[in-house]
Write a protein that binds this ligand. Sequence first.
Ligand code: HEM
Length: 504
Amino acid sequence: MISSFLNLSLAAGLGLISHRFYFIHGEHDRYADSIARVAVLAFGLITFYEWHIEASLSKAVIQAISLAAAYCGALFTSMFFYRLVQSPLTHLPGPFWAKVTKLYHVGHILRADNYRYMNKLFHQYGDVIRTGPNEVTLFTPEAFNQIYGPDSRCIRGVYYDMMLPLVSLVTTRHKHIHTHKRKLWDQGFSIKALEALEPKVYEYADELVHQLRQRLKTPVEIGRWFEYFTFDLMGLVGFNYKFNLLQTQKHVALDMYNAGHPVLGVVTPAPWIYHLTAAIPYGQEGYHMFARWAEGGLREKLKEPSGQRDVLNYVIEDARQRGPVEQSWKHILGDYILFITAGSDPQRQVLTNALYYLIRYPEHLSQVRSELSGLEDIRNYKSLQYLTHFNAIIKETLRLNPRREDCFVNATDFIPERFSTKPELILDKKAWQPWSLGEYQCVGKNLGLMEIRVALALLVMQFDWEFAPGEDGQQMFEGLLDFFTTVPGPLNVVIKERSIAPTE
Ligand code: HEM
């Protein structure tokens, strides 16, 4: 009988050894599915063996369970002992259970509201917190430079392995691959490329205005419309694809993206959960459906004549120079999917929040309008870049929610002047890093700003805005979803034709 005392001790010893010699070293998140398969196989083999000598299936299963319990008991005891007593991070403050397991973190963000949980931890424990057995979160403004500055030796964390086997600019953890990809992406966002895009951004913003004009005087969830606007532009700029969401308000890619994405927000702290689902049949079906759609779209794109100037084309041309595109498939598809995930949500978030502040503080709306009406031509993008208050509104929107009280005077108040006439209200400039910094900083910053400036300028000059009945903006903040990017909760507004002619 295998489950003799000796065999149980052997199983426990194996648990101890596997922790001390395997699990304690390196990263294992991305192998969670393989580990699960090995465990199931081992369990099956032991059961089968026991059945063979015991001739009773139920007894065999009980024996196998006893051995598994001995193995896991020793493994987890050793693991928790190490995490609580021996880890080099034991001196750092943080919630007790966070030191034991990342599942504690997952349990706190089931509503995809990691930003809220982290803010709470910051107020409770301070600047440097042990947020997991092997994880430290820094909240100091210096952290940006320490992590992303030129002297940093940091690489991206295990979370970024999420897309494997696909490789993309943002998820690669290898510096040399990132540097190479970044050069390709930078071409798609060069000054020349953006100048060429300017008419398109105005064209899409005009379509947004046109669509909203069809919906005057009835409540409109404006965040949705910003989503259509930014998603449409993302398709055009990224891979020359027309989603036509502004016209149709429906596209299967957007549905799949919205259905699958929030899950990522929940499993972010424990990426092994995500990898584990790969071992379960249909466990990642949502993502696979989305990836299949993307793959089909990419195959269509490859039929286009060469010489297109969208971002993905730079990646494709680079791949073609190396040989058949199939060889670089995981890179091209990875960047394609990345564009869909990174290229629209942030602008939607900023546009929705900025509009909320302009409705809530009409004095700022008036100031913005008077700046805009002083322009010779609102359709000249360069002139929008130099408007003081208009740009301060955007910067202040990017600063808020949530921010450190010791880096900004009246940190929770909306005071755009801190970015224009009252710089003394910024106590530590390093704390404002909406695009991150260094070689990993946002590649789409200038395009994102162009979309935000153009849409906001046209919308505030064309329409009058008010909150819809019952709306106070709180659900926009409280319903915010935090995953790879963030998505605001709904903001219902009523739009009216402006009483003063746009030219004023
Ligand atoms: C308001 C607009 C935007 C904001 C606030 C924003 C913010 C950021 C931030 C904070 C990062 C660093 C993320 C990290 O290190 O994990 C980032 C990276 C990135 N962003 Fe943006 N983003 C915006 C618009 C865009 C747009 C329009 C695109 C177009 C595709 C884009 C594409 C990317 C990509 C590809 C990266 C990865 C860059 C790299 O690793 O080299 N972003 N963004």
